[in-house]
Design a protein around this ligand. Structure first.
Ligand code: PLP
Length: 400
């Protein structure tokens, strides 16, 4: 029998605040009622503020981030269109595979798992594309499998420097509402996210931000689509309605989570994620374990992917944490299976929760055979959170 709480430190779904859970406990209601827009219209406005867009449209599709990926592609591109994508982790790999399955010709830029999206290589290929054959570039803002954040603003710069008209697609699944993201300023054409990460909701919504340029492209795009048709959505969204049954309880939850983010302030939410991530990273550095991210400029403030020493199986760390301490950490995905475990540090999170994560990870690592000083990670994070000047400077182990 389990006594006490279990702990969820995976990079999504994240912990749902009690207020959000309670807000979703509503009687079913008529999604064609005359006052349905009282619930939904504010959500479009609120989500635009999170994406920092005034000119773009927001769409909510029942589904998840992957559904929103599909909606973005099928509404704006044509079969056989050439697109430029990097492959440097599990989610960028899956996105490439989806684009290929949908009939795009994908020029793949390979990079190490742990590297950022190779912006210079994007620039080189865009520069060579004098006939504007590349119709879109895709960027995974936060590669959740490796804990790497890439530079969206730099991608916009290279598009502009090369006078290239390609659409800019951004996967913001594990960045939106947690990391700095600016749709209008960076002229992102399609940003994709899901409800279950920074927005602190259960899974179930695939969310898109769509620029005016992408909406224009959608008017002539010939890729086949039905359920995810933008124009069906937009026609009725204007009055707060949906073309098919929407997940109304999630909308009630979203209303509360948007209110919470606004009350804290989006900038403060982003700053909190940075402060908490830094504490977690100091803990990891104190264990002497390297991150997958190749250097500190890439460190993600929403998830840390940690390499375990040779001879230790990261699956054993996960098993001990789960079975002995009722705690879930993220597993190593794809080629990182068994070599890496991940701590998700995003959403409804505070210092105490991060210390719990470090403390349990420390015990699980120790019992799985990693040589470390029990308490070292927790102590290093405490020193950072408590603001003590002797807090150990962060060791950029991966870069050493
Ligand atoms: C960066 C990234 N992209 C896409 C996805 C897929 O999203 P979903 O599982 O919501 O379909 C995930 C899921 O974790 C992700 O982290």
């Amino acid at each position: 029998m389990q006594v006490g709480q279990s702990h969820l430190f995976i990079p999504g779904p994240t912990n749902v605040p009690d207020a959000v859970r309670q807000a979703m406990n509503v009687p079913m209601q008529d999604m064609r009622a005359p006052d349905y827009g009282d619930l939904t219209l504010d959500l479009f406005r609120g989500m635009k503020r999170i994406l920092r867009t005034e000119t773009g449209e927001v769409m909510f599709f029942p589904g998840s981030g992957s559904g929103a990926w599909e909606a973005a592609i099928t509404n704006t591109l044509n079969p056989g269109d050439k697109v430029l994508m990097a492959r440097h982790g599990q989610f960028s790999t899956l996105w490439v595979e989806m684009a290929q399955r949908l009939g795009l010709v994908v020029e793949v830029i390979e990079a190490a798992w742990g590297a950022g999206a190779p912006i210079e290589e994007f620039s080189r290929r865009l520069g060579k594309d004098t006939k504007d054959e590349i119709k879109a570039v895709f960027l995974t803002h936060n590669e959740t499998s490796t804990g790497v954040t890439s530079d969206v603003a730099a991608m916009r710069r290279v598009l502009d420097e090369n006078f290239h008209e390609a659409l800019l697609f951004v996967d913001g699944v594990s960045s939106v509402a947690s990391l700095d993201f600016r749709m209008d300023e960076w002229e992102v054409d399609l940003v994709v996210t899901g409800s279950q990460k920074g927005l602190m909701l259960p899974p179930g919504l695939g969310i898109l931000g769509v620029s005016e340029k992408a909406l224009e492209a959608a008017k002539t795009a010939t890729m086949r689509r039905a359920y995810f048709e933008f124009s069906d959505m937009l026609k009725v969204n204007a009055d707060g309605y949906f073309p098919y049954t929407p997940p109304t309880p999630l909308f009630h939850g979203l209303r509360t989570s948007l209110e919470r983010i606004e009350r804290e302030g989006l900038d403060n939410v982003i700053e909190r994620h940075h402060r908490l991530a830094e504490g977690v990273r100091r803990g990891i550095a104190a264990w002497g374990l390297p991150l997958v991210a190749e250097h500190h400029g890439l460190y993600s403030d929403t998830v840390s992917a940690i390499r375990v020493p040779e001879g230790v199986d990261a699956r054993e760390v996960l098993r001990i944490a789960y079975e002995e301490y009722h705690t879930s950490f993220g597993s190593g995905l794809g080629p990182l299976a068994g070599k890496v475990f991940r701590i998700g540090h995003l959403g409804d999170l505070n210092e105490g929760m991060c210390l719990t994560a470090l403390s349990i990870a420390e015990m699980a690592l120790y019992r799985a055979g990693v040589t470390l000083q029990l308490g070292s990670g927790v102590g290093a994070a405490q020193a950072w959170f408590a603001g003590r000047t002797e807090a150990r400077p962060l060791l950029h182990i991966a870069a050493e």
